[in-house]
Write a protein that binds this ligand. Structure first.
Ligand code: RP5
Length: 167
């Protein structure tokens, strides 16, 4: 089956955080394409990859970058497919720079922007799964189970905490 999700990062230094995104997708049985391509450093290579991805079966892009993070917006400029942007905390401004760069897209070129860092990396994967699940009943079922398991884990932690407090 084709890789339906492409994870693009501005630098290999982004991988330690974005590995969480890759692993979350794997938990839903989705093998993502992973590419290091930069809007600023390799603009031609980025355009070539994005323009050919649709034909290769990609349905959702996840684009992650730090600092003056032009990457998600550049991807969105080149494709009709949905783009999820992950702001990363890689510069002196701790991700606020990349958050504002990614979220403040002009009208007509949307980027679905998630939280800075690890939480955003995980949520980007989940959002991509939700998009793919619209036409995939098995993924829908897996998402329902994910929600139930997550709630069960919180309930268990709540119970454990109360037992510890009471003694
Ligand atoms: C951004 O600049 C990258 O996404 C990375 O977060 C940041 C620093 O890149 P490196 O200097 O580590 O390659 O474009």
């Amino acid at each position: 089956m084709a890789n339906q999700v492409a994870i693009i990062m501005g630098s290999d230094s982004d991988w330690p955080v974005m590995e969480g995104c890759y692993k979350q997708l794997k938990e839903f049985g989705i093998n993502a394409l992973v590419e290091v391509l930069s809007a600023h450093r390799t603009p031609e290579l980025l355009a070539d990859f994005v323009r050919s991805a649709d034909q290769r079966g990609v349905r959702v892009f996840i684009a992650a970058a730090g600092m003056a993070a032009a990457l998600p917006g550049s991807v969105a400029a080149l494709t009709h497919l949905p783009v999820i942007g992950v702001p990363l905390s890689s510069g002196d401004l701790k991700g606020l720079d990349s958050l504002l760069s990614i979220v403040q897209m002009p009208p007509g070129v949307p980027v679905a922007t998630v939280a800075i860092g690890a939480a955003g990396a995980k949520n980007a994967a989940l959002l991509a799964v939700q998009i793919l699940a619209l036409s995939d009943p098995k993924l829908t079922e897996a998402l329902r189970k994910f929600k139930v398991d997550q709630a069960t884990a919180v309930e268990r932690k709540n119970k454990d905490l109360k037992e510890r407090i009471v003694g």
